[in-house]
Design a protein around this ligand. Structure first.
Ligand code: LLP
Length: 424
């Protein structure tokens, strides 16, 4: 079977085929980057990141876009999102810490989490986050206790579980009734929480929040969820509604995702019945960062088992991309030295970890010529790759670089062996 070259639409915005036929991003040739910074390597196209931020701001308005930092966070990313006038969604004290360390003002951060600790709540309240998204009754108790011991009054949105099933992997579907997140709409908990936050001295209720799930490829579903929540929200007379993140991306040529513009169109149409002046906020993560990055790997071994298959092993794996193992997520790969070559050879792309399940791509297609020592790139790894990375097998985390205008800068250095014993 013949397989076409990698589709350019899966690659970062500034990807270009150079005169020698090799691929560059941000004006930097990928093979040069691998030589200079080593592999595995996360290469982010800074222009692509800024383009997606600007699209979101153009569609939803300056004060209404909140970048979900869980998708990818480091100080450079926090600064970039802030420069592009996005707020930051932080789901833990740690994410808040990184955002503040990057110089993002606390009032540009929104605090999430289904089990915020006393310490995390106090930290968020002391620093003065823009608002806290309240997830459960125990958390309201906790906010009231903190308030009673001298904490300030806190602005809150109430997270509502709308009872909608996103057609995505069950691990990343959050809007259904049977969910650990938020207050159930159907059983009345959502209204009870809203009433309680209205009455409490500790909370200033500013709005309602919902999020049905992640990597949603059907814009209409995001629209239907918004319509349903708008019906619930409109009579409450509150100034803000957050419609979550969840906009999916295409990982392979077989997939197509709605654009930011299509997402905002369904949200706008669903929100058309809202009273004037209500702010509609969004929390995109994946759609901002996923397609901005490729991971570069070096091939270390090619094993042919006659009559079975070829195994191509690279120098990373489940420690830098857990998504295939956790969600059955699919990816493609290509040779940065030959991005326009046909990929006629089917192989299984595996990592270097001590597990048979360490399979990055079950059936990858690569050029016939692929050999030990070659470079492979896996695109669309910018979301939930580095952020879910680990030191499994004491593998050191890759470096992360941002490229733009022919220059590359390290935003997260590669871990060293010494880093592995730092906490011992
Ligand atoms: N808002 C809330 C409340 C969320 O829980 C999430 C993601 C987002 C926004 C951002 O969603 P996005 O725009 O990225 O879809 N590790 C999984 C994804 C987990 C998503 C968790 N929540 C994956 O790799 O697919």
């Amino acid at each position: 079977m013949t397989r076409a070259p990698i589709e350019m639409r899966l690659l970062p915005d500034t990807s270009a085929v150079e005169s020698d036929g090799s691929l560059s991003i941000g004006g930097c040739r990928l093979d040069d980057l691998a030589g200079e910074f080593g592999t595995p390597l996360f290469v982010y196209d800074e222009r692509h990141l800024r383009n997606r931020c600007r699209e979101a701001v153009a569609e939803f308005g300056g004060g209404n876009v909140i970048y979900a930092t869980k998708a990818f966070l480091c100080k450079a990313m926090a600064r970039l999102a802030h420069e592009e006038s996005l707020m930051l969604d932080v789901a833990t004290g740690g994410e808040l810490y990184v955002a503040l360390a990057a110089g993002v003002p606390a009032d540009r951060c929104v605090m999430h989490g289904n089990n915020k600790s006393d310490d995390e709540l106090r930290y968020a309240m002391r620093e003065g986050v823009r608002h806290v998204v309240v997830d459960n009754f125990d958390e309201i108790d906790r906010i009231e206790r903190t308030f009673a011991t001298g904490g300030g009054r806190v602005r809150v949105q109430v997270r509502v579980t709308p009872g909608i099933h996103a057609h995505t992997h069950e691990y990343i579907s959050t809007g259904q009734d049977d969910s650990k997140f938020g207050f159930n709409l159907a059983n009345g908990d959502a209204l009870r929480a809203i009433e309680r936050c209205r009455r409490s001295n500790a909370t200033e209720l500013v709005g309602v929040h919902f999020h049905i799930g992640s990597n949603v490829l059907d814009a209409d579903l995001l629209g239907r969820a918004t319509t349903m929540m708008v019906e619930f929200f409109a009579p409450l007379g509150l100034p803000e509604i957050t419609v979550g993140g969840g906009l999916g991306v295409a990982y392979t040529a077989a997939e197509h995702a709605p654009t930011m513009g299509q997402w905002s169109a369904v949200v706008r149409s669903a929100a058309s019945g809202l009273p004037a002046g209500v702010e509609v906020m969004v929390e995109p993560g994946r759609s901002i960062v996923a397609a901005a990055a490729v991971t570069l790997y070096r091939v270390g071994s090619v094993k042919t088992i006659p009559g079975v298959r070829d195994y191509v092993a690279v120098d990373g794996g489940m420690s830098d991309n857990l998504r295939p193992m956790l969600y059955g997520a699919e990816y493609e790969t290509f040779m940065p030295s030959h991005p326009t070559s046909l990929r006629n050879r089917a192989v299984r792309l595996v990592g270097k970890h001590c597990e048979s399940g360490d399979v990055i791509i079950d059936e990858a297609h690569v050029p016939e010529s692929l050999a030990v020592g070659d470079l492979l790139a896996v695109p669309v790894t910018g979301a939930y790759g580095y952020s879910m990375s680990s030191n499994y097998n004491m593998v050191t985390r890759p470096a992360v670089i941002f490229v733009a205008d022919g220059r590359a800068r390290i935003v997260r250095r590669r871990e060293s062996y010494a880093d592995l014993t730092m906490l011992d």
